[in-house]
Design a protein around this ligand. Structure first.
Ligand code: C2E
Ligand code: CA
Ligand code: CA
Ligand code: CA
Length: 280
């Protein structure tokens, strides 16, 4: 057997095999899955930090696998991104969100500026038909483009920037919202903001977790919020769990908030109930 600490290879451990076996089994289960039946969307409200009023939702995907039970998107999305499966799941997310938004709209539940955020993987956006696909889904559901905001993770924007920028410029020109997710954790922050037409940034939860501490992380936040506002971008703080965090973010001029303190992700039906009782 190989000795540990040698020439840069991995030392075999039984836990690695278990992990790799799970990965292979999940990939096979995803291949075999009837997407419409096993994958669904839940919605987490994004609220105005001052008034508490509903501003939008983030759509988050859930997988209820017959074999594995609920699987976290933190686990299955990276696996789906290994193949074109991510494009099918991504299209499914847009279809479900567009259908739900159309229904809430018909029920008169939506505030005027309401927008539903949908997470987009870079591999999905690299598809040459991505713009047409998103446009056609919105069109056939009868949903106006500003009702949908595409959310992109900052750390992924460095790959093949030109093609992506062209796609997102087209989407933005057509009227869809663009939001930069996990802002502050990537590498290209300021130049990225210039190359894309973002109308919104999301402050990563890692910043929010440290907002109540003294020191660098908390002193960075007002600067980041200031940059966003100077560029006329909305600012959403993600993962807010305590009243203390909300108070500090409010004082720093952050506009919107998403987190367990306000609401957890919920199924469309539960969201409707939440929206109906929301004003009081
Ligand atoms: P994300 O885009 O950063 O989504 C925010 C995550 O934070 C969600 O986890 C949400 O449930 C969680 N969260 C929200 N508020 C709080 C809070 O107050 N405290 C804590 N501890 N967590 C909070 P979730 O739903 O497990 O999703 C994980 C990741 O999976 C997402 O991170 C996103 O990167 C990815 N994902 C989810 N749905 C999709 C999808 O439809 N398409 C793609 N491409 N990625 C998705
Ligand atoms: Ca997101
Ligand atoms: Ca995020
Ligand atoms: Ca995050």
């Amino acid at each position: 057997a190989q000795q540990p600490g040698g020439g840069g290879y991995c030392v075999f451990q039984p836990s690695m095999l278990a992990r790799e076996e799970r990965v292979q089994a999940l990939l096979a289960a995803m291949d075999a899955a009837t997407l419409e039946a096993e994958f669904s969307m839940v919605y987490q409200p994004i609220c105005d930090l001052r008034s508490g009023a509903l501003h939008g939702v983030e759509a988050l995907m859930r997988w209820h696998s017959p074999a594995f039970g609920p699987v976290s998107p933190a686990e299955f999305i990276p696996l789906a991104e290994r193949s074109e499966r991510i494009s099918q799941l991504g299209a499914l997310a847009f279809r479900k969100v567009a259908a739900d938004v159309a229904q809430w709209q018909a029920q008169g539940l939506l505030p005027e500026d309401f927008t539903a955020h949908v997470n987009v993987s870079v591999r999905q956006a690299m598809n040459v038909h991505f713009f047409e696909q998103v446009r056609d889904i919105a069109l056939s559901a009868g949903v106006a483009p500003p009702r949908i905001t595409l959310e992109l993770t900052e750390s992924l924007l460095i790959d093949d920037a030109h093609h992506l920028q062209a796609q997102f410029r087209q989407l933005s020109a057509y009227g869809f919202g663009l939001c930069l997710d996990d802002f502050g954790t990537g590498y290209s922050s300021l130049s990225t903001l210039h190359n894309y037409d973002f109308d919104c940034v999301k402050l990563d939860r890692s910043f929010i977790l440290r907002v109540t501490e003294e020191g660098r992380a908390s002193s960075l936040l007002p600067a980041i919020i200031g940059i966003a506002r100077s560029q006329q971008m909305h600012c959403v703080a993600e993962g807010v769990e305590t009243e203390e965090q909300a108070e500090l973010l409010r004082a720093m001029g952050c506009e919107f908030v998403q987190g367990y303190l306000f609401a957890r992700p919920m199924e469309a039906q539960a969201l409707v109930a939440w929206m109906r009782r929301e004003p009081d």
